[in-house]
Design a protein around this ligand. Structure first.
Ligand code: PLP
Length: 426
């Protein structure tokens, strides 16, 4: 068992910062040959000292009895638990300001497993729109096949649209989940998380049950937005993006109160959607530089956005700190987000041909989907990540043929500006 001193969050009366805790929180070197860094526990299964231990570990893992005071779950089998994943989950919970976290094989594994844990045939899901293409497919094409009604409201539409969608859903079926992606990929449209929670509370039934508020925090999380502090029950994140941060792994996470995570944990064990130990280890390594990387990328993105906003061949820049005065998202941005992050979109003057010409001329930016890595990427949402959304729906959501999405990395921003400058030339 890891001794308490390896889980210390205070020095005197100072609470240690997340970036400090990332260097070792939850790891006891004396359990691993005094190795400074945790080893990769590359094992499928764990040896029980006694049969009684195996029995007790399973009882707890399968929810057959309550946890005893200070009892830690015993290691059983890497689909259920693994030391690398447990350390990683403890550290991710710190960033998300949550009681606990679970890690998954991908962001979509986190999102789908969490939804499978809470939706049932005959229930409804109210969700913001747009959401990441894979989530959109799950919500609009797969869940309805299992008798779940899904009702969308536009992010960026203020709270009225969310209220109307909730009312519409209430009339159709008991609402199991309010699912919010904020900022939305690729438009950066915002949803007021606090209002989503109030609406969920307003939908409570006489037995006290209410819809869960689940927030996809991939675009700003975990550094620049902490949805739990604003009333989210569960926060899902594609760890493939900023947390992994080097475009070399696929993983996902879900944070929240331990009781809210219990059904998700059970579903993960049965669906087998958990992360593998090697990926877990890489994620812990990435967490050590998370703040440095996200802060540098954010500063670089601001500089790049300022350049684009002044460029004569650019029609619009959709970065959250460039919103026009009076835009309904300004107030939500000020209150809910700590910064605008480094993923944003801009429209060139013209349409698809003009956008493709710019993309094809880029040399430092790589033409690839995904975001949140150390290197800068550029993509075309309408024909790539969001291509299965019908064209008229794309236009309604602002995913126009002229829209280019950038994920700004940690290169010198002046090099990125030089690249965009040459690509934007006639
Ligand atoms: C906002 C958002 N959520 C979820 C996902 C899915 O994550 P993954 O690719 O790790 O499954 C993505 C992927 O691009 C995303 O952008």
């Amino acid at each position: 068992m890891v001794e308490k001193r390896w889980r210390k969050k205070l020095i005197g009366n100072r609470t240690l910062s997340p970036e400090t805790l990332m260097m070792g929180y939850g790891y006891d070197p004396f359990l691993s040959e005094r190795s400074l860094k945790p080893p990769v526990f590359h094992t499928s299964t764990f040896v029980f000292r006694k049969a009684q231990d195996g029995k007790e570990f399973f009882e707890l893992a399968y929810g057959l009895r309550k946890k005893r005071p200070n009892e830690e779950p015993g290691l059983i089998y890497s689909r259920i638990n693994n030391p690398d994943l447990e350390m990683l989950e403890d550290r991710l919970a710190i960033w998300d300001e949550a009681e606990a976290n679970l890690v998954f094989a991908s962001g979509m594994a986190a999102i789908s497993t969490t939804l499978w844990a809470y939706v049932r045939p005959g229930t409804a899901v109210v969700h913001s729109d747009p959401v990441y293409g894979g989530t959109e497919f799950l919500l609009t094409k797969i869940l309805p096949q299992f008798g779940v009604t899904t009702i969308a409201f536009p992010a960026e539409g203020g709270t009225k649209a969310m209220e109307a969608a909730a009312e519409q859903a209430r009339a159709a079926a008991p609402v199991a989940v309010i699912y919010v992606e904020t900022p939305a990929n690729p438009t950066n449209g915002l949803v007021d998380i606090r209002r989503a929670r109030e609406i969920a509370e307003g939908l409570a039934t006489s037995d006290g049950k209410r819809p869960l508020v689940i927030v996809d925090n991939t675009l700003l999380g975990p550094l620049f937005q902490t949805p739990i502090a604003y009333g989210a029950d569960l926060v899902v994140t594609s760890l493939t993006k900023y947390v992994g941060g080097h475009s070399d792994l696929i993983a996902g996470g879900c944070s929240g109160a331990a009781t809210a995570l219990d059904p998700v944990r059970g579903m993960r064990t049965i669906l087998g959607t958990m992360c593998d130990p090697q990926t877990g280890w890489l994620l812990m390594r990435s967490l050590e530089t998370l703040k440095l990387r996200m802060t540098a990328a954010d500063a670089g993105a601001r500089k790049v956005a300022e350049f684009l906003a002044r460029h004569p061949r650019v029609a619009s820049v959709w970065r959250l700190d460039f919103l026009p005065d009076g835009h309904p998202d300004c107030e939500v941005f000020e209150r809910q987000c700590k910064s605008a992050g480094s993923t944003f979109s801009f429209e060139v003057k013209g349409g698809e041909a003009e956008a493709f010409a710019v993309l094809d001329r880029l040399e430092v930016f790589k033409l690839a989907v995904s975001l949140g890595g150390t290197e800068s990427l550029a993509s075309h949402p309408a024909s790539m990540t969001h291509s299965d959304i019908p064209p008229e729906e794309q236009m309604r959501l602002g995913i126009t043929p002229a829209l280019i999405r950038l994920s700004v990395g940690i290169e010198n921003p002046d090099d990125l500006i030089a690249d965009l400058d040459q690509a934007l030339r006639e």
